[in-house]
Ligand binder design. Structure first.
Ligand code: PEP
Ligand code: MG
Length: 882
């Protein structure tokens, strides 16, 4: 049976087989060429070979599917009929371009051949017809160069070299100074270069040339650079590239021709002004290659007034039609304008917001479309953090790359210890803290540093979580640098050494580590930001809270639109000032009585913390989690630290050493932590519950609206929860009796142990709320240690064993099932149960969309990701409505 699949879609002459919705089949370029043809824009006729055909070619050993040959022939006939020209006919020559175009743009990654169809006869015909011999031979030499490079892998440099030699011989510097005779000779030289490298003559049959070029574009999909580009940009799930074969129009026909690119608005600022460049008497690649300097597009108004006016009309039509800023390629051939490409323009965060707000004000689009399509969550990230002034200019200084753990750019002098970071900061220095990994003991130095670089640890490592919470740039898990604390230096993979005091820059958005001090530009929140975020909130139905441990962070998050706290980790409060001594006393206590005494010292500190946080967010729910980490995290591990502690506490060094050894665990993350601490040391839970409830009652009695939600970590069985809840409720009753007043409070649990998700129907009747701790849930579902996964996860992602780091992007297929099951079983047992997420995924757009789909009440994330979560949540809602 004949294959009836349509592999070729024609366009041009006011009609098209495809449309802009067909990007996955026709690629972005092909779909938009079809769309532009249909709406009557001047698009040279052509056809698009589908991504399915490319997929077939690459999967089936480089053969074409049945039917493609005939369909390409028909496609070509249609172009020929539209223009009254023929491929290979010297009297009425048709030349075509052959260009790649995948569903997602991959700039410069795949290949293009222009002027296809030329041979020794056709070039003569083209010269006769155009009356311009120079033009014809110029087109021919470009074609041989491009065809050789793209199809036969003959390096472009060989041709470039021959061109330079010719110019030298002639004593000229510009290509345009070569005359027709020169170019004719150059063509012969180029053919020789081709023969020398391929051991065959340059193909003269145009249809053969076309077949080769289509195959080369298909093949470019699997080229090493294209594969790498897709990996870096996480482009997955595409079939291949489409191939666009289109009648040539010539910007290089003489002074009344030219070629250009333009944006309908300024892509850096969003200003509504045609922005771009134009080059007279040139073909597209001259603009890209930067050989000649193009003129600003506005100058076309004088030199090409007719085409310029038409271009202005086209840009308006396109913006109206696409309801988005467009990036357009065009050619003027003998004063006639042709549009060769349009696509949504890539823009900065600033431009994205201005464009969105302006386009709504101009009536070009509505708020819902603006929220859905005109700003990406990543754009907001750019605005909230400082960036590098020139974020493309430092590539030759990149020493290494790690995980982009906390976005933004930072510059400082390298120090290797937290103490030094603090000391240098105190003298006015800007520092970057470089550590193998960080621990809670380092928070002072982390705070003092401009940014943090670690060689170990993943996206939920201590450094990453703390840095994100503060909005401080951090590159984590940069395993390719070797840090030597003793020598106070680190070495990059290519052997460069960076010593203490050297200037270093990090890009926390990309993970790059850059030698030297790059220039920074500060974060900038425009008026449009507030307007746009208000619009996002109009559509959002899921709440957005923040993870914050301190009043300042809470206030910052409120200014970014947080509606409460979804996770206040109380352990961070144990490190400040002198508290750590009381904490250590508590840990060293030989009896329950001693432990209670030490905890009593901590109580006022904890209470003061909670007063601060409640005050920073009056009337908003505040989820406070009881102590979670294993106790050994609070003890010093080096000899001098232990001695210092022994001296301070007045105990023999041996006592401290024994305790440190006692608390050592093989798998601390699976050990004595979370509610297991509260079960074995109930007085810790009691002290924390008392601090929370005392603070809440006092404020409530003062008239401040407080909504405390006490959260028990690491529950695996309902019995654990019931045990802890009883302690909390008894403590609350005692405080109410003492104070002569009450306050409403909730007691809920984290769901972060897989067993808790599976037995959610047991737990829910006892709990006031669930909050998914997807950091631990991911750790325990995969069995990947949060702290060690940085050693292998990057290779897993590179080898496509995992699509993403599951500590960054929620693994919906696996961990997601636990979240879904936990939510469903919980709500079956307790209809209306409040459910949220407080793992790091709560600020990652695709994970936010998943939480929305599961039906959560809120997501919670670090303060600087609150706007991102708000937008992602609005987009999830709008996508569901569409
Ligand atoms: C979690 O496990 O997802 C969580 C929020 O808790 P932590 O990161 O503090 O373990
Ligand atoms: Mg946890």
């Amino acid at each position: 049976m004949a294959n009836t699949t349509q592999f070729v879609y024609g366009f041009g002459g006011g009609a098209a087989d495809g449309s802009k919705e067909m990007k996955s089949l026709l690629g972005g370029k092909g779909a938009n060429l079809a769309e532009m043809s249909t709406i009557g824009l001047p698009v040279p006729p052509g056809f698009t070979v589908t991504t399915e055909a490319c997929n077939y070619y690459s999967q089936r050993g480089h053969v074409w599917p049945d039917g493609l040959e005939a369909q390409v022939a028909d496609g070509l006939k249609n172009i020929e009929a539209t223009l009254g020209r023929q491929l290979g006919d010297p009297d009425r020559p048709l030349l075509v371009s052959v260009r790649s175009g995948a569903a997602q743009s991959m700039p410069g990654m795949m290949d293009t051949v222009l002027n296809l169809g030329l041979n020794d006869d056709v070039v003569e015909g083209l010269a006769r017809e155009s009356g311009n011999e120079r033009f014809a031979y110029d087109a021919y030499r470009r074609f041989i160069d491009m065809f050789s490079a793209v199809v036969m892998d003959v390096h472009h440099d060989h041709f470039e070299h021959a061109l330079e030699e010719m110019k030298m011989r002639k004593g000229v510097t510009e290509d345009l100074s070569l005359d027709a005779g020169d170019l004719r000779r150059l063509v012969e030289t180029f053919k020789e270069i081709y023969r020398e490298h391929t051991k065959s003559a340059f193909p003269t049959v145009p249809k053969e040339q076309l077949r080769h070029a289509i195959n080369a574009v298909f093949g470019s999909w699997d080229s090493a650079r294209a594969v790498k580009y897709r990996q870096i940009n996480r482009i997955t799930g595409l079939l291949g590239t489409a191939v666009n074969v289109q009648a040539m129009v010539y910007g290089n026909m003489g002074p009344s021709s030219g070629t250009g690119v333009c944006f309908t608005r300024n892509p850096s600022t969003g200003e509504r002004l045609l922005y771009g460049e134009f080059l007279v008497n040139a073909q597209g690649e001259d603009v890209v290659a930067g050989i000649r300097t193009p003129e600003p597009i506005a100058e076309m108004a004088d030199t090409f007034p007719g085409p310029y006016r038409e271009l202005l009309d086209v840009t308006q039509t396109l913006e109206q039609h696409y309801q988005n800023m467009q990036d357009i390629e065009f050619t003027v051939q003998d004063q006639k304008l042709y549009i060769l490409q349009t696509r949504n323009g890539k823009r900065t965060g600033k431009a994205a917001l201005k464009t969105a707000v302006d386009m709504v004000a101009e009536g070009l689009t509505d708020r819902a479309t603006a929220v859905m399509n005109l700003v990406e969550p990543g754009h907001l990230d750019q605005l909230l953090h400082p960036g590098f002034k020139d974020d493309t200019g430092y590539s030759d200084r990149v020493l290494a790359s790690g995980l982009p753990a906390s976005p933004g750019a930072a510059v400082g002098r390298v120090v290797f210890s937290a103490d030094e970071a603090e000391a240098w900061k105190a003298t006015g220095e800007k520092v970057l803290l470089v550590r193998i990994e960080t621990s809670p003991e380092d928070v002072g130095g982390m705070d003092a540093a401009e940014g943090i670089l670690t060689s170990r640890g993943g996206m939920t490592s201590h450094a990453a979580v703390v840095a994100r919470g503060w909005g401080k740039p951090c590159v984590a898990g940069c395993g390719s640098i070797a840090i030597d604390y003793k020598a106070q230096q680190f070495t990059s993979p290519d052997g460069q050494t960076v010593k203490k005091g050297d200037w270093l820059s990090i890009n926390g958005s990309s993970g790059e580590v850059i030698l030297g001090a790059e220039e920074l530009v500060p974060a900038e929140l425009s008026d449009e930001f507030a307007t746009f975020m208000d619009w996002a909130d109009e559509f959002r139905t899921i709440g957005v809270r923040t993870n914050a441990d301190a009043p300042d962070d809470a206030s910052q998050a409120v200014s970014f639109g947080a509606e409460g706290i979804g996770l206040c980790r109380t352990e961070h409060m144990f490190f400040e000032g002198h508290r750590i001594q009381s904490v250590r006393k508590m840990i060293l206590a030989a009896s329950e009585e001693d432990r209670r005494a030490a905890l009593a010292e901590l109580l006022p500190y904890q209470k003061a913390d909670f007063l601060g946080i409640f005050r920073a967010m009056p009337g908003m729910p505040i989820t406070i989690r009881l102590l979670d980490p294993p106790l050994h995290e609070f003890l010093p591990h080096d000899a001098s630290g232990m001695q210092e502690m022994a001296d301070l506490m007045g105990v023999p060094l041996k006592t401290v050493q024994t305790k440190v050894a006692d608390l050592d665990e093989f798998n601390p993350m699976l050990g004595h932590r979370g509610c297991r601490l509260g079960v074995t040391f109930p007085e810790i839970t009691t002290m924390q519950a008392r601090a929370i409830i005392e603070a809440a009652v006092e404020l409530h009695m003062e008239g401040v609206d407080v909504l405390p939600e006490i959260m028990v970590p690491l529950i695996g069985t309902v019995e654990e929860f019931v045990n802890q809840k009883a302690l909390i409720c008894q403590t609350a009753d005692a405080v109410f009796a003492e104070k002569g007043g009450t306050v409403d409070y909730l007691v809920g649990t984290m769901i972060e142990v897989p067993r808790a998700a599976l037995t959610a129907d047991d737990i829910a009747p006892e709990a006031d709320f669930f909050s998914f701790g997807t950091n631990d849930l991911t750790q325990m579902c995969f069995g990947y240690s949060r702290d060690d996964a940085g050693k292998f996860l990057p290779s897993y992602v590179e080898r496509k064993i995992l699509p993403d780091d599951p500590f960054q992007v929620l693994d919906q297929r696996g961990v997601g099932q636990l979240v879904r099951i936990g939510t469903e079983r919980g709500r079956e047992a307790k209809p209306g149960l409040k459910v949220g997420i407080c793992g790091e995924h709560g600020g990652e757009p695709s994970s936010v969309a998943f939480c929305y789909a599961v039906g959560m009440d809120y997501v919670s994330c670090s303060p600087f990701r609150v706007p991102i979560a708000r937008l992602a949540a609005a987009q999830a809602e709008l996508a569901a409505q569409a």
